[in-house]
Design a protein around this ligand. Sequence first.
Ligand SMILES: *Cc1c(COP(=O)(O)O)cnc(C)c1O
Length: 209
Amino acid sequence: MINELANLINNDSSLNGKLKVAFLENYNVSLAELIIPAANGSEQISLASKEASGTSNMKFMMTGAITLATLDGANIEIKDEVSNDNIVIFGMDKDDVYRHYERHDYYSRSIYENNPIIRRVVDSFINGTIPNIQGEGTEIYESLITHNDEYFLLEDFTAYVEAQEKIDQLYRNQEQWMRMSLINITNSDKFTSDDTITQYAKEIWQLKN
Ligand SMILES: *Cc1c(COP(=O)(O)O)cnc(C)c1O
């Protein structure tokens, strides 16, 4: 699906020079060494409580990227180091997520039916907007609507779009952006492997010198 989306976007002349999608197959450390230092932004958008990214977010921060993230896992640790002013946080926190589990009150279909923008986005998986994705598109549509959107994507979607708008605005002010980037780099020492191994040795392995 991402390759078909790339075909669509990369061949749209109105987007030429503005937006390009590239999917890196067989992601590995050699590819990470290229893309992490080159990145201006780092999106860490897993649902709060799932702890999807543990260290990639730290690598991006350490090399000067600004993080756009949910309050999940190590994103929280990064926010604690750089403060809210130097990271863009959006969406539910883990308590909001757990509350949905307890109350069984998450209904993706009603979000879909009541929000025309979300409906348009979700429908694009099944209405031919993206060519050649009948099988994959139907599976994604069904996971979001028929199977009630396990990762609560639809609830966070509007906040995610606002976060994208915010980070666009920040990027337009290059002096402010560079300042944020430097603040991220200078606060990343907590995440060096030396510090992490020292902490593991003390707290988890309980080594005595
Ligand atoms: C850092 C890294 C990972 C682990 O990423 P997490 O965000 O901690 O899940 C996996 N693969 C490669 C190539 C990496 O560089």
